[in-house]
Design a protein around this ligand. Structure first.
Ligand SMILES: Nc1nc2c(ncn2[C@@H]2O[C@H](COP(=O)(O)OP(=O)(O)OP(=O)(O)O)[C@@H](O)[C@H]2O)c(=O)[nH]1
Ligand SMILES: [Mg+2]
Length: 308
């Protein structure tokens, strides 16, 4: 969409120009165009420049930077202001380990998180919300008939990217917000996994509401992911995803690795004194261990103790 273009203006089709070299264009990029930008049928413009990115949301296939998969870094989206972490309350069940990873990625990329708990018609949010009580994490509960105004006002004026496991209802939500989007919606199999219905990320302009003057914003639907690898985030930055634990580390010895085998790590005393939830510390340490290649990142416990 061209700068200043309204929702009814034609979409311009453009291809990468040779000047770009090996730089890849990702969803959310602002680009410089030359050529036919009329948007008329058959018109083709060329992308000659990528503007500096305000934010870059990345993930790796795995956590361990010493493996090929861990080094394979993907830019999920550029220039996002808000990371909407979509988690179903059932079918598939919520995984706080996954949400924690998304929070780390959001803080690392300087993108504000918003937790959207979908399928509230199937299960209650208590277990998930209890786990996050010490964080000032904004959240919304959604069921198929929920009014969307609260969500729309949180999306207004910003670029928001939806992330979550397959089958949690990202595309369902996008279709409710942008009916013309007609994003394909899949079913969830008997074992509670989605079928990876969406296969590429797509940015959509949200429709303007008649009574609001504000820019309604943009939403990016992404394909479901199994995990959110964090090999690109330093051990120190991992802690930013755990604001409820950060304060305790002021009392740690210099260069404390914060691992369970570090006898002087102040995090144990902090949790023992009831100042943070022990499950949060366990989750942080699982991430630390997983970055060091010690554990399988795919076995995160369910907050309700249900095995995967
Ligand atoms: N009961 C219930 N079902 C829902 C809700 N939201 C979505 N679903 C169903 O969940 C299934 C998966 O929805 P999708 O929107 O395709 O999920 P997705 O997150 O886009 O999945 P991928 O594209 O595979 O990543 C569909 O059968 C939806 O109808 C909800 O609030 N309640
Ligand atoms: Mg989808």
């Amino acid at each position: 969409m061209l700068p200043g273009a309204g929702p009814d203006d034609p979409t311009v089709t453009a291809m990468r120009a040779r000047e770009l070299g090996r730089k890849s264009v990702v969803v959310g990029d602002r680009v410089g165009l030359v050529g036919d930008t009329s948007g008329s049928s058959g018109a083709l413009a060329r992308i000659v420049r990528i503007e500096p990115r305000r934010s870059v949301l990345r993930r790796t296939a795995e956590d361990d930077a010493s493996t090929a998969e861990g080094r394979l870094e993907r830019v999920v989206v550029a220039n996002a202001d808000q990371l909407v972490i979509v988690s179903a309350l059932a079918d598939p069940p919520p995984r706080t380990g996954f949400i924690d990873r998304c929070l780390v990625a959001a803080y690392d990329a300087d993108i504000e998180p918003l937790l959207c708990l979908t399928k509230a018609d199937l299960a209650g949010p208590e277990a998930v919300l209890d786990y996050y009580t010490e964080l000032e994490l904004p959240y919304l509960l959604l069921r198929p008939d929920s009014p969307l105004d609260p969500l729309r006002s949180l999306l207004a004026g910003r670029v928001s990217v939806l992330v979550g496991h397959s089958g949690v209802g990202k595309s369902t939500l996008v279709n409710r917000l942008v009916p013309e989007a007609e994003r394909a919606v899949g079913t969830v199999s008997a074992i509670g996994r989605g079928r990876h219905t969406s296969t590429s990320a797509v940015a959509l302009r949200l429709p303007a509401s008649p009574d609001a003057e504000q820019d309604p914003g943009w939403i990016v639907d992404t394909p479901g992911v199994r995990s959110f690898g964090l090999a690109h985030v330093s051990a120190e930055s991992l802690l930013h995803g755990f604001p409820d634990l950060v304060e305790a580390t002021a009392d740690c010895p210099a260069n404390c690795p914060h691992t369970a085998d570090e006898a002087d790590c102040a995090l144990d005393g902090w949790v023992a004194a009831g100042r943070a939830d022990p499950r949060r510390l366990a989750s942080y340490r699982r991430l630390l261990a997983s970055r060091a290649g010690e554990t399988d990142t795919r076995t995160e416990p369910d907050p309700r103790g249900r095995p995967e």
